[in-house]
Ligand binder design. Sequence first.
Ligand code: B12
Ligand code: SF4
Ligand code: SF4
Length: 277
Amino acid sequence: MQINTQGIKKMLHDEGIDIVGIADAAKLICAQPARPATALMPTARSVIVMAVAHSMGAVCSPHIKLWTRNKMQTSRLLDSVSEKLSRLLERNGYLTLPVSADKPVEIHKINPDTGKKFSHTKVIGHLSLKHAAVSSGMGQIGRSNLLLTERFGPHQRLGGIITEAELEPDSFRDLKLCIDTCDKCETSCPVGALKDGRYDVDTCFNYWTYGFDRLPTRKLREIPGYIKMLMWHWKRRDFVIEYGQTMITDVDFCIECMKACPVGSEWKRIRPSITKI
Ligand code: B12
Ligand code: SF4
Ligand code: SF4
């Protein structure tokens, strides 16, 4: 295989990757707080971004745990292809770092800028794959805070590879995929984490991780409501068994913003009518 953009894209498509974009490591668009590729590898020249479509059947399934399994398999495909290509690039003399499509992530209890405790723990990826994807012209970040691509809308999993190999980058594209008149992701969010074009990470994190629709609070008047919610869950759920399951399978409690989004040309034929525009 030729170590160039064309050769790498062909190999990745042959391995089952649906979309491939290449970004210049030095010009990567970063999230805040920034995690540039060159901080992970000072000699990095390129970031290869990969997307694998979810199964639309799993996205629309009434049981989110079926989607979780699909998510894990898409992550597995991305990670194993990343390993394969990374080894090949290193054998050709280019230091290469596969970036996981999933956990582990950085976990911050203390705000590194102020030294003070956050009101809610923050997590962050070592590299923001959505931003890397935008840098490579693959898509646009929608109102849902998810990456939208022309083919799959938000219904794809992302993976990445940082490498010293100097590859021809794809250009950033100013895409207009998010529909101006649409707010389906916002209205579908069960806890109001998406509102007026903004995303509240703590509210989402709390619901996505535990299924809790209230944040822990120190406000006296909110404490009874919080305890009532905890009791409701305690009565109905077995946290020990759930914890065991989470250790084996990375359980999710929510994908409503993804499920609601009508974008994605490839789904037009098969998308269930509830999510058709
Ligand atoms: C951590 C993480 C989460 C966390 C936090 C999200 C977040 N925005 O930070 C939680 C668990 C809440 C989460 C939720 C979801 N996620 Co997520 N997540 C990630 C992960 C691993 C890293 C994201 C990241 O670091 N982004 C960069 C930062 C800087 O994000 P940001 O949104 O611009 O900004 C936030 C932070 O800065 C944070 N923050 C604010 N102040 C501070 C201060 C400090 C010190 C820190 C550390 C953070 C922090 O708040 C900001 C949000 O307001 C990525 C994979 C990856 N490596 O990229 C997947 C990823 C973004 N998630 C994904 C998905 C699908 C989801 C969910 C649908 C859940 C699910 N069931 O899978 C929801 C969607 C929520 C939404 N609408 O955005 C997909 C998105 C695919 C796509 N099409 O875009 C990704 C790309 C995984 C993948 N491999 O495909 N996610
Ligand atoms: S994952 Fe769920 S809780 Fe988080 S923003 Fe999307 S709809 Fe809201
Ligand atoms: S659901 Fe609508 S508003 Fe939300 S990201 Fe998709 S197109 Fe944009």
